[in-house]
Design a protein around this ligand. Structure first.
Ligand SMILES: [Zn+2]
Ligand SMILES: [Zn+2]
Length: 256
C-alpha cells in the first residue's frame, strides 16, 4: 500500500494524468454500443460508412449514381468550389455528432481529427484559412459552445493552417432548418451570414461543420465569403445525410 508521502507530487500536475485519473473514476463508454473503455470502440468506428469509396457529386459531395456532378449543381451551382463529407450520416455518426454537440464529449473529437486531417491531405487543395460555420448569438449562449468550432479548431492545429473562428458571423437569427425543403432552406438562410473583408480578401478558405443535408448553410457561408473577396471556398463536414434525388430533406434532422 502506498504511503501518503510516496505519491509522486507531479502526479496531479500534467493534465494528461488528470485525464487518466478521470478515465479511471469515470471510464469512457462507446457512444454506440456502450462498451466500457472506449469513447468509440474499434468495431463501431470501423463500421462507419466512409464516403471516400462512394461516387459523389464533384461539387456538392452528394451521393450520385453516375456522372460527375448532380443535377442540382448543374442547374444552380453553389457558391462554394467543393463540399466533401467524411461519412454517411448513419446511427453511429449521428451518436458521435450528438455526443459532441449536446454532451461536449471531446474524446470523440480526438477520433475525428486524424480522420478528417487525412481526408484534407488527400484532397490536395490549397487552404490559407480555416473557419467554422458560426452559431447565432442566441444558440451560442444557450449551448455555451459551437460544435463546429470544437471540430475545426484541433483540425486546423493538426494541419498547421491558420484558424480564424470569427471570419463568418450570423447577421440575423434564422429559424430551425428542420422541416424545411431545399428551397425553403435556401430562402431561410439568404443573407444570414457576413464575412470580414480584411480576413477574406484573396484568401482560400476551408469551412467546417458537423452535418450537411442540402448544403444550403455552407452555400450561404460561401456566398458571404465570396462577397467579402475570398478567392476560393471549400467546405468539409463530418457527415452527409444520404438523400436520394426524390427524398425529402423535411424528414431529416439537422441543426441550425
Ligand atoms: Zn462500440
Ligand atoms: Zn451536386
Amino acid at each position: 500500500m502506498l504511503k501518503e508521502n510516496s505519491i509522486n507530487p507531479t502526479f496531479f500536475k500534467p493534465s494528461l494524468n488528470l485525464w487518466v485519473l478521470l478515465d479511471w473514476i469515470f471510464p469512457p463508454f462507446c457512444v454506440h454500443c456502450q462498451k466500457i473503455g472506449y469513447e468509440i470502440c474499434p468495431e463501431c468506428w470501423n463500421g462507419i460508412p466512409r464516403l471516400s469509396n462512394t461516387l459523389t457529386c464533384s461539387r456538392c459531395g452528394k451521393q450520385i449514381v453516375k456522372g460527375q456532378t448532380c443535377r442540382v449543381c448543374r442547374d444552380l451551382p453553389p457558391a462554394y468550389d467543393q463540399l466533401k463529407s467524411w461519412s454517411n450520416y448513419d446511427d453511429t455518426v449521428r451518436e458521435i455528432v450528438i455526443g459532441i454537440k449536446y454532451q461536449r464529449r471531446l474524446g470523440l473529437v480526438r477520433y475525428l481529427t486524424p480522420a478528417l486531417a487525412d481526408l484534407i491531405r488527400n484532397w490536395q487543395i490549397d487552404i490559407d484559412v480555416m473557419a467554422p460555420v458560426p452559431l447565432g448569438e442566441k444558440r451560442l449562449h444557450e449551448r455555451g459552445y459551437n460544435q463546429a468550432d470544437l471540430i475545426a479548431k484541433p483540425l486546423a492545429r493538426t494541419l498547421h493552417i491558420p484558424y480564424r473562428p470569427t471570419t463568418l458571423r450570423r447577421v440575423r437569427e434564422t429559424r430551425s432548418q428542420v422541416g424545411l425543403d431545399a428551397e425553403e432552406r435556401r430562402v431561410n438562410l439568404n443573407s444570414a451570414f457576413a464575412a470580414e473583408p480584411e480576413i477574406c480578401r484573396d484568401q482560400s478558405f476551408l469551412i467546417v461543420d458537423d452535418i450537411a443535408t442540402t448544403g444550403a448553410t455552407l452555400d450561404a457561408c460561401a456566398a458571404a465569403l465570396r462577397e467579402a473577396g475570398a478567392k476560393s471556398v471549400f467546405c468539409l463536414t463530418v457527415a452527409r445525410t444520404n438523400l436520394s434525388p426524390n427524398s425529402n430533406p423535411k424528414n431529416t434532422e439537422v441543426r441550425i
